[in-house]
Design a protein around this ligand. Structure first.
Ligand code: 5GP
Length: 220
């Protein structure tokens, strides 16, 4: 016969983690990120700072925090970036304050950053980073997708194609790899990773005392 519960167990809380998506441009990472954010309420996007010029469809504070090189360098020197890197001749960095706040309240944070940034995050807090590399199904498909997007000049496009090889060469530094052949299928895969990672034992704070109370039969 079960005892009447004597006390209400302490709740199982979870701290947020950093969910990183990387890929060469055109592999579908930005679309996947957008879809994930729409699908999941407990996921928030880390908005990076960059020195690259704003594209016509972009908004300051929504897509990036656009800053000049001097401001970027000052922010970096003040230790206000969690990570930063030079990509395609421009600087990119993750402002620490917002991310730290979100993680503390249990929100998972999505990062669209390159391999250099992913490496730095992992060096800082390996256990709080889950990284996914998105591969294109082929290099032809990658070029096609970049051309369709037509945001860049031919010169930039060729540059991005050559940089894609370098980015792809870091695939094996990631926890998970998804080949993005079909967007919907890739979304399901990435979403499964997110959901499974949330259940990891070490992320669930209060589990120890929950189990103790469970065994004592005092769980309400
Ligand atoms: P784009 O200029 O096309 O938006 O991004 C170029 C590359 O920079 C992408 O691979 C993107 O993931 C990467 N990137 C964007 N923000 C950051 C950041 O804050 N840190 C790092 N390390 N890479 C970033």
């Amino acid at each position: 016969m079960l005892q009447t519960p004597l006390q209400i167990s302490s709740p199982i809380r979870r701290k947020g983690f950093m969910f990183v998506l990387s890929s060469p441009s055109g592999a579908g990472k930005t679309t996947l990120s957008r879809m994930l954010l729409q699908k999941d309420e407990n996921l928030a996007l880390s908005i990076s700072a960059t020195t690259r010029p704003m594209r016509p469809n972009e908004k300051h504070g929504t897509h990036y925090i656009f800053m000049d090189k001097k401001e970027f360098e000052t922010t970096k020197a003040n230790g206000e970036f969690l990570e930063s890197a030079e990509v395609f001749g421009n600087y990119y960095g993750t402002p620490a304050a917002e991310v730290t706040k979100m993680l503390a309240k249990g929100t998972d944070v999505l990062f669209d950053i390159d391999w250099q940034g992913t490496r730095q995050l992992a060096q800082r807090a390996r256990e709080d980073v889950v990284s996914v590399f998105i591969l294109p199904p082929s290099m032809e498909e990658l070029e096609l997708r970049l051309r369709k997007r037509a945001e860049d000049s031919e010169e930039v496009l060729q540059h991005r194609m050559s940089k894609a090889n370098i980015e792809i060469s870091h695939w094996n530094e990631y926890d998970y790899v998804v080949v993005n052949k079909d967007l919907e299928e890739s979304l399901q895969k990435v979403y499964s990773i997110l959901r499974a990672e949330r259940l990891r034992r070490e992320r669930q704070e209060g589990l120890q005392s929950f189990v103790e109370q469970l065994l004592k039969g005092t769980v309400a």
